[in-house]
Design a protein around this ligand. Structure first.
Ligand code: SAM
Length: 311
């Protein structure tokens, strides 16, 4: 699909001017009041000043710069956008990411931008691309957007904004949803993939299921059904802790959650499995249930409710 018809020069100049005006507007206005007000003039009534402050629209947190069309395609490819997926672009600019997702990947898309001019452009570009039935553009602050139904969230913001958005992405997106960012990473949340199309950086994260806690259940071993347990601590996709089988406990050597798949490595000897070396323990996570993803030793465990905080 050709890039939506947006002049890069125009696209840079206008929002930058708007952004500078907004940035300087506040301090210049302050200077004008200080300089122009005759000595002894009463200050504006406080309720009026407060009213003006609440009415002022929030300026964009970052100026508009479009992602090159070739990079858009690579972002959608690495995020494995499939027909029927719902793709959000938080700070959608001229709408090119969701329009491309709809037109070339069969997805549905939602673009959100705080700047009404960008929403106007996005709607015009969607019409020109013939995808108005598949995409929607909303003028809103992205930090207030409900994007729980997203399969993929695209970002081209700033490092500080990505980190500010991180808790909302991790809390609201379903396990397995993908976050793809042009140019900027997520601080301590390390990407699952990084690529460099057209000398740009593109980062991909897969939302991990939440596995932290104490799990208890049973495993079908060669000598019958035995109790099993795990105590897991989670930092983003990384998992540490212990796994127990029939009273024997093994430290986790490496642990990771990839979407809804938990993968742990322990030493078989530690679990009383003879001289078996490294053993991979894999399980599907569904809410508070872990179900073995390997047929060799079926097992199932549920998460113990967290203890109520002491009053
Ligand atoms: C760098 S541009 C990226 C445009 C588009 N996503 C792309 O990659 O081509 C960032 C966009 O975020 C928008 N934006 C900035 N702050 C925002 C906010 N708080 N809520 C929604 N949009 C915002 C800007 O208006 C701008 O269009």
């Amino acid at each position: 699909m050709p890039a939506p018809n947006v002049s890069r020069k125009r696209a840079h100049r206008r929002p930058l001017a708007a952004s500078l005006a907004a940035g300087f507007g506040i301090s210049l206005a302050g200077l004008v009041i200080t300089a122009a007000a005759p000595t002894g003039s009463p200050p504006p009534p406080p309720q009026e000043a407060a009213g003006q402050a609440t009415q002022a629209p929030k300026p964009p947190d970052v100026i508009y710069v479009p992602t090159p069309q070739g990079v858009v395609v690579e972002m959608l490819k690495v995020a494995e956008v499939k027909p029927g997926n719902v793709v959000y672009d938080l700070g959608c600019g001229d709408g090119r990411i969701v329009i491309t997702a709809a037109k070339d990947f069969g997805a549905r898309g939602v673009g959100v931008d705080i700047d009404p001019k960008r929403i106007e452009e996005s709607n015009a570009n969607a019409k020109a691309a013939g995808v108005t039935d598949k995409v929607k553009f909303v003028q809103q602050d992205l930090f207030e957007m409900d994007f729980r139904d997203a399969d993929v969230v695209a970002l081209y913001l700033l490092p500080t904004l990505n980190v500010k958005l991180r808790p909302k992405l991790l809390a609201e997106l379903k396990p397995g949803a993908r976050v793809v960012s042009h140019s900027f990473d997520m601080g301590e949340w390390k990407p699952d993939k990084t690529l460099n199309p057209e000398q740009r950086s593109v980062y991909l994260w897969v939302i991990p299921a939440k596995v932290e806690g104490t799990w208890e259940g049973t495993a079908q071993t060669e000598s019958g059904e035995k109790p099993c347990a795990a105590t897991l601590t989670q930092t983003f996709q990384e998992v540490t802790g212990t796994v127990s089988l029939d009273g024997k406990t093994a430290p986790i050597r490496s642990g990771r959650v990839n979407g809804d798949l938990l993968e742990l490595t322990v030493m078989g000897e530690d679990l009383g499995l003879g001289d078996s070396g490294e053993v991979k323990v894999r399980a599907k996570v569904s809410g508070d249930t872990l179900t073995s993803a390997d047929e060799s030793m079926p097992w199932k465990a549920t998460r113990k409710p967290a203890a109520a905080p002491k009053s």
